[in-house]
Write a protein that binds this ligand. Structure first.
Ligand code: ATP
Ligand code: MG
Ligand code: MG
Ligand code: MG
Length: 561
């Protein structure tokens, strides 16, 4: 490839409105352009990287025996109604009508369609099966963010496993787990597998692969001593189960002035009825307080105490945290217990960005918009409060890390088999339900995550495995015929040796070419210049270290290969 002929619209300065490094660099280095919020065009360099990411994933999927499919992006409403998810998916699902007035969903995930295909399986002998695809997913994200990190249409590698029994699913889950570890290793993403909850997918076990990044929207709690790692929702519910100790039964539980008992509070609530609340976690973006509640609504103190009690993780908040709380609007000082029924209601509806706290008069409730109403400085204090909690497993202090989810694997169980009728005949000729798992990696988000982890102030530093080109041959003086010829010659020989090479043959100053090669992130640069050629050498520069070595032109290809 020739730089002079490729469309690589690099920008001289940082684009406005792009704070995350990956977003800024993808724009600046000429990889993507924004069409509208959450929708990006991928330019030729990005297409090359994307193809490599896909190939790495495909190889690892093939290695565990998965078969590639390609399913439609548009799905009939009726199919999603069979699993109940036409309703459940709510506003995140894009919907449209065709000319006949039929409702159509733009696929945001493919359990329904793969599950339908699996109804053609009829014997246990055909199991296990592992099916996957690379497909565009559409999600009407409330807040598209950070370029390719959170878009409204993106490519997902999604796979689905079909097994006869739970042990089969366990094996498929482990295979995918290991495949994901290898994928992220090869992509240069230092992903941490963490325990997670299953969300709208339904099912039991679930593991998220989280890449540490400041731009991330997820918090991971991990223990450097024993390796325990879980996302914040999961960790807080597990912490709640082990939390115990003095102060839980005393008046501290109800330390809102004017409030004596939970009934006092419950009177003021519009309690959500007799719904069973098993685990309640109150997450204020970062964890502030959590409460575990097992019992029925309407709440009463006795029930709370009987059914394991309302336990607060932090029965006695340190003074500085109390002060931070006091500074919050609505006086959320007693949010742990006082807000229970309402918070429960919100938690059950899966709302994380909104919670309701009790006012100091104890019965008056108000909604608080976390993003709008809480001062960032208060968050910092609260974060401090969480770090250092003893660990779920080994009792050592926990650390909290900001991360982005790059992959997610689930044990789905029988939810889709039941809804769609996926059954086979077992060894005894009896009908048996098929148990499913599903496994997803976001392709473009992976690209962004790689950049978050591999860049410097000069630009992107692609790992060799996904770099758009391995080598950039920079002709320092393209207007000098001998230098240009030497560059062309090296370019031809590198290409013939199977090295993916781009030659910067533009009539630009060498400095401009160097800057672009660094910005774009090509791992190796071969510089061919007059002075070196006079002594038969060219320079080889490693992007990551900046290290440059002189090498005889005749040895260059052997050296690079
Ligand atoms: P998030 O918590 O970030 O919203 P998710 O849990 O909704 O992600 P899954 O349904 O588990 O995502 O999808 C599997 C993978 O698809 C994610 O791990 C991520 O890599 C990718 N992904 C999900 N949503 C997006 C998005 N809006 N833009 C880009 N990639 C995404
Ligand atoms: Mg999501
Ligand atoms: Mg998630
Ligand atoms: Mg997920």
């Amino acid at each position: 490839m020739r730089w002079s002929q490729m469309h690589i619209p690099t920008l001289r300065t940082d684009p406005a409105d792009a704070d995350a490094p990956s977003h800024r660099l993808l724009l600046r280095a000429g990889y993507v352009r924004r069409l509208m919020a959450g929708h990006y065009s991928l330019l030729p360099l990005a297409v090359r990287v994307r193809a490599k990411v896909i190939e790495v994933i495909r190889q690892e999927m093939t290695r565990i025996g998965a078969q590639e499919f390609l399913l439609p992006a548009m799905h009939p409403r009726e199919l999603w109604e069979r699993t109940g998810r036409w309703e459940v998916m709510g506003e995140e699902m894009f919907r449209l009508k065709d000319r006949k007035g039929s409702d159509i969903a733009l696929g945001m995930t493919h359990e329904e369609v793969f599950g339908t295909l699996a109804t053609e399986l009829n014997s246990y002998k055909q199991l296990p099966q592992m099916w996957y695809q690379f497909q565009t997913k559409f999600r009407d994200e409330p807040r598209p963010k950070a370029g390719l990190m959170r878009t409204r249409e993106f490519t997902m590698k999604d796979s689905y496993s079909f097994d006869l029994a739970a042990e089969g699913l366990d094996a498929a889950f482990d295979l995918n787990h290991d495949a994901y570890v290898r994928v992220f290793e090869r992509l240069g993403i230092p992903a941490i597998p963490v325990e997670a909850s299953s969300g709208s997918m339904g099912g039991s076990a679930s593991t998220e692969f989280m890449c540490p990044a400041d731009v991330g929207e997820d918090l991971v709690v991990h223990c450097p001593s024993c390796g325990y790692a879980a996302n914040i929702e999961k960790a807080t519910s597990q912490l709640a189960e082990v939390a115990d100790g003095p102060g839980l039964d005393g008046p501290e539980r109800f330390d809102t002035p004017g409030v004596r008992t939970i009934e006092d509070l419950a009177d003021g609530f519009d309690a959500p009825g007799e719904r069973q609340v098993k685990t309640l976690v109150h997450v204020l973006d970062d964890v502030l307080t959590l409460v575990l509640l097992r019992g029925d609504h309407p709440l009463n103190e006795q029930k709370l105490a009987d059914a394991t009690g309302a336990r607060t993780l932090r029965p006695a908040l340190p003074e500085e945290i109390r002060q931070a709380l006091g500074a919050l609007p609505g006086s959320l000082g007693a949010v742990g217990v006082t807000g229970l029924p309402v918070i429960a209601d919100h938690a059950l509806r899966g709302r994380r960005d909104m919670f309701t706290g009790a006012n100091t008069d104890g019965v008056h409730l108000r909604g608080v918009d976390v993003d709008r109403d809480i001062a960032p400085t208060a968050w910092a204090d609260l974060r401090e409060a969480v770090a250092g909690e003893p660990c779920v497993r080994c009792g050592q202090p926990l650390e909290v890390q900001r991360t982005v989810e790059v992959g997610h694997i689930f044990k789905l169980g029988y939810k889709y088999a039941d809804a769609l009728g996926i059954e086979v005949l077992d060894a005894n000729g009896e009908r048996a339900r098929v148990i499913m798992g599903c496994y997803g990696i976001g392709v473009e988000r992976a690209m962004a995550a790689i950049i978050e982890c591999h860049h410097d102030d000069r630009g992107i530093i692609w790992p060799l495995s996904v770099a758009p080109f391995h080598v950039a041959v920079v002709v320092a003086q393209s207007d000098d015929a001998d230098t240009a010829k030497a560059g062309e010659d090296l370019y031809a020989r590198l290409t013939a040796a199977g090295v993916e090479t781009i030659i910067d043959d533009r009539l630009e100053r060498a400095g401009v070419k160097f800057r672009d090669a660094e910005l774009v992130g090509i791992p190796l640069r071969v510089t061919v210049g007059k002075r070196g050629l006079a002594e038969g050498t060219a320079e080889l520069t490693t992007r990551e270290t900046g290290e440059t070595v002189k090498i005889a032109v005749t040895d260059m290809v052997d050296h690079v290969v």
